[in-house]
Design a protein around this ligand. Structure first.
Ligand code: FES
Ligand code: FES
Length: 153
């Protein structure tokens, strides 16, 4: 079935059954492979994208549920929060294997949009649904504080 969705500020026509998870449309039809598959049941956060600025799990979001919403993937991040987060991730060398890191960054950007100066507890709560098998949680927390500092100026 043919439909249109808007991804990274571009409206594209896709061919997918209505119940196809957004993740597979992004990866297989649009070539946006920065978004990862981890669990498929909204339990790990690897597939996190933004839907109208909110962090959502694309592995369980049927593409028919997207409608006219704006989808942003890691490839389309341009906000000041996103730039600060990505710079902090590099500076603090956060990634280990890297597999979970797209999801971590997508969630961190939304956190900083909502809360420009989060405490450790607020970071832990906001990032709770993003699992890292390499246990990079300490560096993730430090990088979010660093990004918050950059944004504060
Ligand atoms: S792959 Fe979507 S939450 Fe794990
Ligand atoms: S960096 Fe390896 S799973 Fe998070």
């Amino acid at each position: 079935m043919s439909s249109q969705i808007t991804v990274n500020a571009r409206t594209v026509t896709i061919e997918a059954e209505p119940d196809t998870p957004l993740l597979w449309v992004l990866r297989e039809q649009l070539g946006l492979t920065g978004t990862k598959y981890g669990c498929g049941v909204a339990a790990c956060g690897a597939c996190t994208v933004h839907l109208d600025g909110m962090a959502v799990r694309s592995c369980t979001l049927p593409v028919e549920g997207v409608g006219a919403s704006q989808i942003t993937t890691i490839e389309g991040l341009v906000s000041p929060e996103a730039k600060a987060v990505q710079a902090a991730w590099i500076e603090l060398d956060v990634a280990q294997c890297g597999y979970c890191q797209t999801g971590q960054i997508m969630s961190a950007v939304v956190l900083l949009q909502d809360n420009p100066a989060p405490t450790d507890t607020e970071i832990d709560e906001a990032m709770n649904g993003n699992i890292c098998r390499c246990a990079t949680y300490q560096r993730i927390r430090q990088a979010i504080h660093a990004a918050a500092g950059t944004l504060k100026g």
